[in-house]
Design a protein around this ligand. Structure first.
Ligand code: B1M
Length: 211
């Protein structure tokens, strides 16, 4: 198995080959974090660059995204910590107007693997839907993901909506996604920013004083 073959299969959107290469890597004892970071996420960066240069279009980007998700499903069991205790409940979603969910799904997977309970609201989640979930689910953390600079303001709207619903003080809010920064998190009154799924776990533990 070559990691190059896996990256190339993701870039091409060849789901069968990519899944087979991921399985080979996992069966061969490869570090799943390495496969994720250096093959799958790296391949999506290439896809993004090609898209920005006009060398790739939305349907191809979508095929690569589906391929990546299929590979993540193959890797998922290899990340499991297997613990049964819950460190806390995280309500997670991609904000209103935004359909990107690969990063959000990875954050969910890593948090789950670290022992958090996840309520995944999916994509295009309106501020009111976050508020409703907080009322119904009794979660301790709200996690928001945004991949478009145009949808980042929906994070600020959601923080406001949670304040207006009287829920802000009892919650911790974490945000992330490629265009999001720590400075933006401060500006909108979020408690935490994580640049990647691994850091999201560290941050969630810090927010809830969990080990
Ligand atoms: Co879109 N897209 N896309 N896209 N897409 C980007 C984001 C873009 C940077 C591409 C580019 O131009 N170079 C660009 C955004 C520019 C900007 O605003 N800054 C872009 C655009 C313009 C668009 C459309 C507008 C294109 C169009 O229609 N003309 C459109 C918008 C649709 C919409 O959302 N309304 C669009 C559509 C799509 C697809 C549907 C085709 C597909 C998404 C499919 C899916 O997600 N199911 C897609 C894809 C695949 C991408 C790229 C290529 C890859 C995104 C990705 O999955 N990366 C992307 C280019 C890029 O990012 N390199 C691009 C891998 C993923 C693991 O990383 O999501 O960053 P990421 O997640 C990381 C961290 O950010 C962090 O942890 C994750 C793992 O380490 N993280 C968190 C994420 N959320 C977090 C939450 C946390 C903590 C950490 O706490 C809660």
């Amino acid at each position: 198995m070559t990691y190059k073959a896996l990256s190339e299969a993701v870039i091409k959107g060849d789901v069968n080959q990519a899944k087979a290469e991921t399985q080979k890597a996992a069966d061969g004892g490869a570090d799943p974090q390495h496969v994720l970071d250096d093959c799958l996420i790296a391949a999506m960066d290439v896809v993004g660059e090609k898209f920005a240069q006009g060398a790739m279009f939305v349907p191809q980007m979508l095929r690569s995204a589906k391929t990546m998700q299929a590979c993540v499903a193959v890797l998922k069991p290899h990340f499991r910590g297997g613990g049964m205790t819950t460190k806390g409940k995280v309500i997670l979603g991609t904000v209103k107007g935004d359909l990107h969910d690969i990063g959000k799904n990875l954050v969910a997977m890593m948090l789950e693997g670290a022992g958090f309970q996840i309520v995944d609201l999916g994509v295009d989640v309106a501020p009111e839907a976050f508020v409703k979930a907080v009322h119904e689910e009794n979660g301790q953390v709200v996690g928001m993901s945004a991949l478009l600079s145009t949808t980042m303001p929906a994070m600020a709207e959601t923080v406001k909506a949670l304040e207006n619903a009287g829920k802000r003080k009892e919650l911790k809010i974490m945000i992330g996604g490629a265009p999001v920064t720590a400075e933006y998190a401060d500006r909108i009154g979020a408690d935490s920013y994580a640049p990647d799924a691994g850091t999201a776990v560290t941050e969630a533990k810090k927010l809830l004083n969990a080990q």
